[in-house]
Ligand binder design. Structure first.
Ligand SMILES: [Zn+2]
Length: 592
């Protein structure tokens, strides 16, 4: 838990910006009795499950659990840290952030890392475009027919030959070298002091995040003898391969506009499509697509075409990406390329029109897979059993129930077997439908959650906890820390509670507690429910103790340890009485 020291600023921004206006710019919402509901942008929502309360300044999705205030919404939607969201929302609200008033974390802890990458990108760019040292890079671009506009738009650069070109430049400009090491631009020498350049004699491709900040680099050799062909920045606090796309800062608007993303691997494919006018491209960086990647893409479109080389290994490589898309609830299309071709070679040889046709002809992956499996069975490459198993495994991954039943029906027709048979295979699922588990929200112990919900709605009730050893009763750490904060901070206005937490989980729990129904009519009722929860938790603690005692007693009897048996029995009796008392009390005071 961390408390932000710019509470006043947060409140100022919250006072000026309406959460409903913010949410409305991302998803459509409808007025209902007490507040607003809309389709949740954080999961594949078909039935509006996100509630927004403008008075409280909160949102919560009762389906996936996402929730919080405007900061939480903005951070989650745009994948930002709290300080980043703070500075952007401050701008929207027309609030100026005074540097002195809150000295420490105005800036994201990562801003130094972005800055150093920007400095390095400038250095590489200058080297490429001016002087002798960049000639090898310029020659390479010319040889590969890469237009100067592309080179300029994507800020291509060149890392000079030698071991200390960048190191010296950074040192001359008083840039802290340990930070340059953190983003992997330079490497610490093993047996001596100092650093050396990671990228040498390579064409440099800056990798940017969606906002266009440089998060890493790819370096391609210009000399065919150099190994390896590509060197990429190592992962750092600002660069993670599992959620980064090359060029997304440029292509995202085209993706949104076209309503479709073409998925390729690596910047070579990306650049050749983009420079030939096919700009709605997303390129992963040396990995297949992950579910985090899909989370980023879903901000711009639900419609993704995966390109792959149609030989066996190319198809296998694409399957992981396709699975990630299915697991996130999308229905990807595939555009198979002739065997041995990649998007770069195909578009270079056949031209952009033929390429665009390939995309137009793309087919649903599910349909493609089923037809391909049947075809392989007919050709005797796989058994009937194997074919059905493969198809069922794919159908299990579909999140959309309508799509699922449609596909089951079609498959049954194609295979000439009963629909119900496929249904029962899909339903039994053979126990490994991982998606369902991920899609549902975290489950918290029921009574603990109810206790917290009441406390969040009526924070004054915390006095009832003063004579209790309450933290012993709470098993969930997140719930415990929220309760602790309510007590320590003497919270009066529950919606201000979010300021005390910067973790997603706490925001989800708090917003749910605040927006959940039913509404408790008054403090007296709340106090009764609250006490009821405490008693119930105590009782289950006692029951647990009784259970362990029973086991211990059995063991004592087995070991013929009469003394111990007597002692334990006495203890058991005491707990039993305690349990009876509590049960009585519970029935008196707590009617559900
Ligand atoms: Zn949701």
């Amino acid at each position: 838990m961390s408390k932000f020291n710019n509470e006043a600023l947060v409140n100022e921004i919250k006072g000026r910006l309406s959460i409903i206006n913010l949410v409305e710019s991302y998803t459509s919402v409808k007025k209902t009795g007490k507040g607003y509901v809309g389709l949740c942008p954080f999961h594949d929502d078909t039935n509006p499950s996100m509630h927004v309360d403008d008075d409280k300044g909160l949102f919560h999705c009762f389906s996936c659990g996402a929730g919080g205030d405007i900061f939480g919404f903005y951070m989650r939607y745009n994948n930002l840290s709290f300080p980043e969201a703070l500075s952007e929302l401050a701008k929207k609200a027309g609030v100026t952030i005074e540097k002195q008033s809150s000295p420490a974390p105005q800036k994201s802890p990562n801003s130094a890392l972005y800055k150093i990458n920007a400095v390095a990108a400038k250095f590489y760019r200058k080297t490429l475009t001016e002087g002798k040292k960049g000639k090898a890079g310029r020659d390479y671009l010319e040889k590969r027919n890469i237009p100067p506009e592309t080179s300029k738009e994507f800020i291509f650069g060149f890392a000079p030959e030698g071991w200390d070109g960048l190191v010296n430049f950074l040192a001359d400009n008083k840039v802290p070298l340990n930070i340059a090491e953190k983003v992997g631009l330079i490497v610490k020498r093993k047996n001596a002091d100092g650093y050396y350049d990671r990228f040498r004699n390579r064409l440099m491709f800056p990798i940017c995040n969606v906002e266009g900040k440089v998060i890493g680099f790819g370096g391609r050799r210009v000399n065919e003898e150099d190994e390896p062909k590509y060197i990429n920045s190592p992962e750092s606090d600002i660069y993670q391969k599992r959620k980064s796309f090359y060029g997304i800062n440029k292509s995202k608007d085209y993706i949104r506009h076209e309503g479709r993303a073409i998925l390729v691997e690596g910047y070579t494919d990306f650049l050749s499509l983009y420079s030939l006018g096919i700009k709605n491209v997303a390129a992963t960086l040396g990995t297949s697509l992950t579910r985090e990647h899909v989370g980023v893409l879903k901000r711009y479109t639900d419609n993704v075409v995966v390109m792959f080389d149609s030989d066996e290994s190319g198809r296998k490589a694409a399957v992981r990406s396709l699975d990630a898309l299915l697991e996130e609830g999308l229905l990807p299309h595939v555009a198979p390329l002739p065997a041995g071709k990649d998007p770069d070679s195909y578009i270079s040889e056949e031209g952009p029109e033929k390429f665009a046709q390939l995309i137009e002809d793309s087919v649903s992956w599910v349909e493609f897979f089923i037809e391909m499996s049947i075809d392989r069975y007919k050709k005797g490459r796989i058994t009937l059993n194997r074919m059905v198993r493969d198809i069922v495994e794919l159908l299990e991954k579909l999140r959309d129930p309508v799509e699922k039943s449609l596909r089951i029906k079609k498959t049954a027709e194609m295979l000439g077997i009963k629909e119900s048979e496929i249904y029962s295979m899909v339903k039994s699922g053979r126990g490994h439908n991982k998606m369902a588990a991920v899609a549902t929200k975290t489950q918290y112990p029921r009574t603990e959650k109810q206790l917290l919900t009441v406390l969040v709605k009526f924070p004054d009730l915390h006095v009832q906890l003063h004579n209790e050893d309450w933290s012993e009763l709470i098993s969930n750490d997140d719930i415990k820390s929220i309760m602790q904060a309510i007590i320590d901070e003497e919270v009066k206005d529950p919606s201000s509670l979010l300021i005390h937490f910067d973790g997603k989980v706490a925001h989800e729990i708090i917003s749910e507690a605040l927006l959940s129904s039913p509404v408790i009519p008054d403090e007296d009722t709340a106090a009764k429910i609250f006490q009821g929860c405490i008693d119930k938790l105590k009782l289950s603690k006692i029951d647990e103790k009784l259970k362990t005692l029973r086991i211990e007693i059995d063991e004592a009897i087995k070991r013929k340890d009469d003394e111990l048996e007597k002692k334990l029995l006495k203890e058991y009796q005491q707990y039993k009485e305690l349990s009876m008392q509590n049960k009585g009390r519970k029935e008196e005071s707590y009617e559900q």
